[in-house]
Design a protein around this ligand. Structure first.
Ligand code: HEM
Length: 226
C-alpha cells in the first residue's frame, strides 16, 4: 500500500525490463475513483431527467435523489483530495495551467500522438500537454457545473424564468464538455495502456521514458539529490 509520503517514481521492482515507477499514490487513486463514480452517477441520472426516452425511469423521483447524492460526492472530491494528498492536489492544479515551449511543440504534433505514436514526440514532464489541457478543462467545467447546479438546487425560487434557463444552459453545456473530455480521456487511457497508473499506481519505466522523459529525469535527480 502506498502512502501520501511515498516518493513519486520510487521503483517497485529493480529488474531490467520490468522496472516500475510510482505515478499515483493510494490517496490520489481513491480520490480519482470517487471522481469517476460520482461523475458517471451524475451523467446517467442527468440523462434520465433530461432525455425523453429515459424520462420514464425518472418518474418516481429516484433518479433526482441519486443525482443529488452524486452531486454531493462530486463536490467532496477536491475537498478530500486536499485532505488526503495536498501535494498531489496542488501539483495537479498548478501543472494543468502551466505550459512551456515543449508543450506548444507537443500540440503541433498531437495528431501523431492521437494515433498511438509517442516515440519522437517533444519531451514531456509528469503530465503531457494533452493531459494538462484535459485536467484544466475538468477543473473549469466542474466549477461551472457545480456553481450552476447549486443555484438550481437552492435558489430556484429566486432565479426567475430567464435566470433558471441560463443556469440550466450552463449546467448542460458544462456536462457536455465533461462528457467529451471523458471520451478523449478514456480513448488515451486505453491507447496508451495507462490504466495501471490508476489501479496499481505504477507504470513501466520503459514507457515513462518515452512518454514523460522530463519527469523520469526529474525523479532521477531527486533520487541522487542533485
Ligand atoms: C470512468 C473511467 C475513467 C478511467 C478509466 C480513467 C483513467 C485515468 C487514468 C489511467 C489516469 C492517469 C493517467 C496518467 O497520468 O497516467 C487518470 C487521471 C485523471 N483522470 Fe481519469 N479516468 C476515468 C474517469 C475520469 C473522470 C470522469 C474524470 C473527470 C470528470 C477524470 C479525470 C481525471 C483527472 C483530473 C486525472 C488526473 C488525476 C490526478 O492528477 O490526481 N477521470 N484517469
Amino acid at each position: 500500500m502506498t502512502t501520501a509520503n511515498q516518493t513519486f517514481g520510487q521503483p517497485a521492482t529493480s529488474g531490467h525490463d520490468d522496472e516500475k515507477l510510482l505515478r499515483y499514490r493510494a490517496g490520489q487513486r481513491a480520490v480519482h475513483a470517487l471522481l469517476a463514480t460520482s461523475f458517471l452517477l451524475l451523467l446517467f441520472t442527468g440523462l434520465m431527467i433530461l432525455w425523453q426516452p429515459l424520462t420514464l425511469w425518472a418518474r418516481d423521483g429516484t433518479s433526482g435523489v441519486i443525482h443529488r447524492i452524486g452531486a454531493v460526492l462530486f463536490i467532496l472530491v477536491p475537498i478530500l483530495y486536499l485532505i488526503v494528498d495536498r501535494r498531489g492536489a496542488k501539483e495537479l492544479l498548478v501543472e494543468s495551467f502551466t505550459y512551456d515551449k515543449d508543450d506548444i511543440e507537443w500540440f503541433k504534433h498531437a495528431g501523431r500522438y492521437f494515433i498511438g505514436r509517442a516515440v519522437g514526440m517533444p519531451p514531456q514532464g509528469r503530465l503531457n500537454a494533452g493531459q494538462k489541457l484535459h485536467h484544466a478543462g475538468v477543473v473549469i467545467a466542474s466549477a461551472t457545473i457545480v456553481f450552476s447546479g447549486i443555484l438550481m438546487w437552492f435558489a430556484k425560487g429566486s432565479l426567475g424564468a430567464s435566470g433558471l434557463a441560463f443556469a440550466a444552459t450552463i449546467h448542460d453545456l458544462s456536462m457536455l464538455a465533461l462528457t467529451v473530455l471523458l471520451a478523449g480521456h478514456l480513448y488515451f487511457t486505453f491507447v496508451y495502456k495507462a490504466l495501471s497508473s490508476m489501479t496499481t499506481g505504477y507504470v513501466s519505466k520503459e514507457e515513462a521514458v518515452i512518454e514523460h522523459p522530463k519527469w523520469v529525469e526529474e525523479l532521477e535527480h531527486q533520487a541522487t539529490g542533485d
